[in-house]
Ligand binder design. Structure first.
Ligand code: IPE
Ligand code: IPE
Ligand code: MG
Length: 249
């Protein structure tokens, strides 16, 4: 892999809505599932490039809490695909020192898929390289609600003082605990929406939308997104002069 991106231009946390698999397949008169298969290949490439570029955390939206609404054939095909992708890729993730974690309500998955997820998480638990978060049966609202539920229980039992709760503490109850907030949000497939991805965590992410359909999103597309990210001025509420260290802050 040729790493042509300067180090400071690389986001610490990249979060991607991998959208457009179905349309990619449809345009080729293929079943939608073929698009998802090709989507796994695209994900594998992006994982490799991000890990090589020094990204600390990559979050991939693989299945939303709303995707159960799809035809049963597509849902079961996706479940089989997750299973086989985990079986096939776990050794390579370990070799590349990538630590994999699932975020989302895993209780919605079959016992065998839950077991596989635990296995791969355990296998890569000691990996110290990039963190790979796979958002599956994930919803941003679910994440906030499960945090509130745990918090409410701790407040009820007297373990936590509600008046001491602040944003940092709240973040520790979310499924992304321990990760830096996403710096760069990428959505492929042309739609310009969040679709219930990381609702709390994306507060200050730079948003990048591309019409490229996910199966065709390659290393060059990712480098383009990084380059675009590097050209943004992140102000976090301050003035441009403050951020650039200019005199007129
Ligand atoms: C994203 O691709 C993958 C999942 C939601 C699992 P889509 O399947 O949503 O592709 P389009 O949007 O129909 O093209
Ligand atoms: C978002 O894509 C979820 C994933 C990529 C897994 P969708 O294709 O499900 O989003 P909507 O339905 O177009 O908003
Ligand atoms: Mg879609």
């Amino acid at each position: 892999m040729t790493n042509t991106t300067p180090k400071d231009a690389v986001p610490r946390h990249v979060a991607i809505v991998m959208d457009g698999n179905g349309r990619w397949a449809k345009a080729r008169y293929l079943p939608r599932l073929m698009g998802h298969h090709r989507g796994v290949e695209a994900a594998r490439k992006v994982i490799r490039v991000c890990s090589g570029a020094g990204v600390e955390c990559l979050t991939l939206f693989a299945f939303s809490s709303e995707n159960w609404r799809r035809p049963e054939e597509e849902v079961s095909g996706l479940m089989s695909l997750f299973m086989s992708a985990l079986e096939r890729e776990s050794a390579a993730l370990f070799r590349h020192n990538v630590r994999l974690c699932f975020i989302g309500d895993r209780s919605g998955f079959s016992a065998s898929l839950q077991e596989k997820i635990l296995q791969v998480e355990a296998l890569t638990a000691s990996c110290s390289g990039m963190r790979l978060l796979i958002a599956a049966n994930y919803g941003g609202r679910w994440d906030i609600l499960q945090a509130v539920r745990t918090l409410a229980n701790q407040i009820n039992s007297g373990d936590l003082d509600a008046n001491k709760l602040d944003e940092t503490m709240f973040g520790q109850f979310l499924s992304t605990d321990g990760m830096p907030e996403p710096d760069l949000f990428i959505r492929t497939g042309g739609e310009k929406r969040i679709s219930n991805f990381l609702m709390w965590q994306l507060a200050y992410a730079e948003l990048y939308f591309t019409d490229v359909l996910w199966p065709e999103f390659d290393e060059q597309c990712l480098r383009d997104a990084f380059r675009d990210f590097a050209s943004r001025q992140r102000r976090f509420g301050m003035t441009g002069e403050q951020v650039s260290g200019g005199k007129h802050a």
